[in-house]
Design a protein around this ligand. Structure first.
Ligand SMILES: [Zn+2]
Length: 244
């Protein structure tokens, strides 16, 4: 009789344990299946950006996604030519050429090193007329100044493949550049005209455009020449885009 009672109690205990375990299991699965991911919990508000687009809340903290930056330019992964008939003009100093004073295609040469940009020459009939320089991308005008080696210099910030790039336009007639620092220069708009040969605007050089595309921002972007070939990795060959 005693054995029967113990057996019954044991059976009930095991049964209760199973029910309890099943309950916990069931609760866990149901609870786990109902877990709400963080993003769905964000309210469906939208914030209007300066460029007219809208962004929603996102992430575990439900903060607004960043607005597309106007200053970083937009839709400018493709560059356009800065001058008419651009490909015909690259006759002296292409991107990456090693310039030495004695052997340079330009005499008298003042510079030496690897050329970080592409030089676009002027045609003989352009010596006394204004030659317009176009913005190769859309982006903000960052620098407009007279710089040693360049004369009139304009630096524009754009993006290429989503990354910031600095576009250098060297040897411009500064007086012809009507935009101000901070203005957005639209792709294809006229930035200004080339400086006259052997003038302050070309820092004594021939009439031509030096176009450089530096990966990123910073003062290194205005270097026209670098001492080692490895340093060219910081620039993009403009002709890949604009010498078609
Ligand atoms: Zn140059």
């Amino acid at each position: 009789m005693r054995k029967v009672i113990i057996g019954t109690i044991s059976l009930v205990a095991v049964g209760m344990l199973l029910v309890a375990l099943f309950g916990v299991y069931k609760y866990t699965v149901t609870d786990g299946g109902d877990v709400v991911p963080g993003n769905d919990a964000c309210t469906l508000e939208a914030m209007l950006c300066p460029d007219g687009s809208a962004v929603g809340r996102t992430g575990s903290r439900c903060e607004f996604a960043p607005c597309p930056s106007l200053s970083e330019g937009r839709n400018s992964s493709e560059f356009i030519a800065p001058l008419d008939r651009a490909s015909e003009r690259v006759t002296k100093k292409p991107f990456g050429i090693l310039i030495k004073k004695a052997t340079s295609p330009v005499q008298q040469e003042r510079f030496s090193g690897y050329h970080t940009g592409t030089d676009f020459e002027t045609f003989p009939d352009e010596s006394d007329i204004d030659v317009s320089v176009y913005a190769v991308c859309t982006g903000v005008l960052e620098v407009k100044e007279s710089a040693s080696g360049y004369g009139g210099l304009v630096v524009q910030r754009c993006t290429s493949d989503g990354k910031p790039v600095s576009i250098l336009y060297g040897h411009l007639a500064l007086g012809s550049v009507t935009a101000f620092v901070g203005d957005i220069l639209e792709q294809g708009s006229v930035i200004g005209t080339l400086g006259k040969a052997q003038s302050v605007d070309t820092d004594g050089e021939r009439k031509h455009l030096h176009l450089g595309i530096f990966k990123g921002a910073g003062t290194a972007s205005i270097l026209g020449y670098v001492a080692s070939h490895n340093e060219l990795d910081r620039w993009i060959d403009p002709c890949l885009f604009v010498c078609k």
